[in-house]
Design a protein around this ligand. Structure first.
Ligand code: ATP
Ligand code: MG
Length: 413
């Protein structure tokens, strides 16, 4: 991609009403556009980051045999009335709308009820089980506050997955597999080391959940860390956990976190409520066990922008950066720069080529704000020595190397 073809421009300042660091940086660097509080458009650079995050999640969900689909935003009231959750008292984030004939509809904030309803058409016998389904889908939630930039959207992208099992044991085993898959996802996103799995809510013995909490100053949650024992405890179960683990509260350090993911083991409660059953090998009707597993895709992007940034701008991890290399040409080196651009691309390296007729300083500061892992600088002076400059965004370190050395260094990653 040539910067001259990119319609977005970097901005000196973020909009005055934007208080979240992640959105300030992402708006300034041209990754997102703020439509209104909690509602953001994803521009070409931002979309590439989202697609990279999705690709990682997709690989890991496919690896645990889940099937991708996409469900609808418009949802039927009757489906949600089968549980208690059409009620605005029970679910306080509903956006609702109406058809011309006055039929009430919901805009999907979750797909748990609709997917159980849908699966009545596809699950009949034990032979149809287990099955796992997932989607990347824009969720609508009328959140009371939306001050955390893309970390809390009123419209946001979630990866939601649902699994259906013939027995509690089979669900429990799959639930463990999902925990492992989620850990791989957060590792690959570059936030694995700061992401803790916490036990979230007890409730009925057959129904529980876990959260994936990522340490983040801008997060809205708090977890309690026992650094020595590497234990992380969720606020809502703190009192019970302290007793159970035989530790004191003083040993625990409260840290601010963002919930990057949340998984629920529903047992057979929801399927029983909604009347989804299967017949076993003897032809007897049996309860079905389900789990529900979410990852905030846009929230993950926000958390990464918050955590991986400095006073100059964003610092993307290689796994999700919109491009690998920011190529800067200085002075009259169009021909050589275009050739290098082609060579980098031919080597499978993705490149944002700053071909604009701009001062080097302006190009360098845009490179820093946009935050690609590598900057390659080509100028007449360097070319005369047969060299290029390779700068690492994360460390600011610069090396003067031959073109083939530059290629080799970047390809190493
Ligand atoms: P929170 O407590 O932050 O409101 P939640 O418990 O309502 O989250 P879930 O319904 O479990 O969230 O959704 C699954 C995942 O989707 C969450 O773990 C989070 O990463 C993401 N998510 C939830 N609400 C939002 C939102 N408003 N904007 C962006 N991501 C969100
Ligand atoms: Mg919520």
């Amino acid at each position: 991609m040539r910067v001259s073809h990119l319609f977005t421009k970097t901005l000196k300042n973020a909009p005055a009403d934007e208080v979240a660091k992640n959105a300030q940086l992402l708006i300034r660097a041209g990754f997102v556009y703020k439509e209104m509080a909690g509602v953001y458009a994803y521009l070409p650079l931002g979309l590439r980051v989202l697609e990279n995050i999705k690709a990682i999640v997709r690989e890991e969900m496919n690896a645990i045999d889940s099937n991708e689909l996409i469900m609808t935003t418009l949802q039927r009231k009757e489906v949600w009335e089968k549980t208690t959750r059409w009620s605005d008292e029970v679910v306080d984030v509903w956006f609702k709308t109406r058809l011309k004939d006055d039929t009430e509809l919901g805009l999907g904030w979750s797909h748990e009820e609709p997917i159980v309803e849908m699966m009545k058409q596809y699950i009949h016998s034990y032979r149809d089980l287990p099955v796992s389904l997932y989607q990347f889908q824009p969720k609508m939630r009328n959140e009371l506050r939306a001050k955390s930039g893309i970390m809390r959207g009123r419209e946001f992208i979630m990866k939601d997955m649902y699994s259906f099992h013939a027995s509690k044991e089979d669900l429990d085993a799959y639930y463990e597999k999902v925990i492992e898959a989620y850990k791989r996802v957060y590792d690959r996103l570059g936030i694995g080391g700061d992401t803790y799995v916490t036990f979230a809510s007890g409730g009925a013995f057959t129904k529980f959940s876990h959260e994936f909490q990522t340490i983040c100053e801008a997060g809205e949650d708090v977890i309690y860390l026992h650094r020595e024992k590497n234990i992380a405890i969720n606020e809502e179960v703190l009192d019970d956990a302290v007793v159970e683990l035989g530790i004191t509260r003083e040993e625990l350090e409260p840290v601010k976190t963002a919930e990057s993911g949340n998984i629920f083991n529903f047992g057979s409660q929801k399927t029983d409520e909604m009347g989804l059953y299967y017949t076993d090998a003897e032809g007897k009707q049996q309860s079905l066990y389900i789990g529900s597993y979410g990852i905030g895709i846009t929230r993950a992007m926000g958390v990464i922008a918050e955590k991986m940034s400095d006073e100059k701008g964003l610092v993307w991890p290689k796994s999700i950066a919109p491009y690998h290399v920011y190529l800067v040409s200085i002075g009259d080196v169009d021909e050589e720069a275009t050739k290098l651009y082609g060579e980098l691309k031919a080597a499978g390296i993705t490149v944002l080529f700053d071909d604009r007729d701009e001062r080097p300083g302006a190009k360098f500061s845009d490179a820093e704000l946009i935050g690609l892992p590598y900057r390659v600088t080509i100028s007449r002076r360097l070319l005369d020595e047969g060299k290029l400059e390779l700068t690492y965004r994360a460390t600011g370190e610069t090396e003067v190397l031959t073109p083939s050395e530059v290629l080799a260094k970047i390809a190493e990653m």
